[in-house]
Ligand binder design. Structure first.
Ligand SMILES: [Zn+2]
Length: 106
């Protein structure tokens, strides 16, 4: 039931709410590790709002130059960021709707 996410939202640290509701992170900086042998670039970005960390692998081969390898993208979320386990940590469209409204005070 979607409305059960209200307590989750109430307990969610304020700095997580914006990212949680908008499904966006603000990556203002990055670190890059080049893996020459594998012809890959590892890009590590940290959200300046909530602290979530995204790691992406970019292809350095000529034919696929700069393309992201989606299956290798990894996210690491701060403690308490993910929704309760009933949804495997992810929120449904309905739950997100409830959070969106709760953020506006409804
Ligand atoms: Zn964030």
């Amino acid at each position: 039931m979607a409305r059960t996410v209200r307590p989750f939202f109430a307990a969610l640290p304020a700095e997580y709410r914006e990212c949680r509701v908008t499904m966006r992170h603000r990556y203002d900086s990055h670190n890059v590790i080049e893996h020459k042998k594998d012809k890959e670039l590892e890009v590590i970005e940290v959200c300046s709002v909530c602290g979530a960390q995204r790691t992406q692998i970019l292809d350095l081969r000529d034919r696929f130059y700069g393309q992201i390898k989606p299956s290798r993208t990894r996210m690491r979320h701060p403690q308490g960021y993910l929704a309760p386990a009933h949804s495997g940590g992810w929120m449904t469209v309905e739950e997100r709707g409830v959070l969106r409204m709760a953020r506006l005070g409804y």
